[in-house]
Design a protein around this ligand. Structure first.
Ligand SMILES: [Ca+2]
Ligand SMILES: [Ca+2]
Length: 137
């Protein structure tokens, strides 16, 4: 994990760059799909859901680390990804929901940059990395 400063524009730029976003989503999906069947089960999604919790906590929705409570939060997050409720998340569902969540985070940020603790391989971290690469060039 690292502490990064990001603003809404960083996220919008990342999501708007279809190609870069698609590559990140596919990478992440392949990484989470540990049995390589092209679908994410609840167990495979857990790592991603835990990642999402990290940034949700930063927006003031602080849930006590009660295991039952957390399990319910992960259940409902999983259902959000599983658009057709067939018990697995495919690449299209994963991409659409990731995009929706990133935009929701960006819309919640306003214009002021926010300091966040980001997981090394999270989408927000990728957004920040992409922005800094661009600035460096
Ligand atoms: Ca799988
Ligand atoms: Ca599904």
């Amino acid at each position: 994990m690292s502490v990064e400063v990001l603003d809404a524009a960083t996220i919008f730029n990342f999501v708007d760059d279809e190609e870069a976003f698609e590559i990140s989503v596919c990478d992440r999906f392949a990484h989470l799909d540990t049995n390589h069947d092209g679908l994410l089960s609840y167990v495979e999604m857990l790592k991603e859901l835990q990642c999402l919790r990290v940034f949700e906590t930063h927006f003031g929705i602080d849930v006590k680390p009660d295991p039952d409570e957390l399990a319910r939060v992960y259940d409902s997050l999983f259902m959000q990804f599983d658009h057709d409720s067939n018990g697995t998340v495919d690449l299209v569902e994963f991409k659409e929901e990731t995009k929706r969540m990133m935009l929701a985070v960006a819309n919640g940020m306003g214009f002021l940059p926010v300091q966040m603790i980001l997981e090394e391989d999270s989408f927000l971290k990728k957004a920040v990395d992409r922005e800094s690469t661009r600035v460096a060039v």
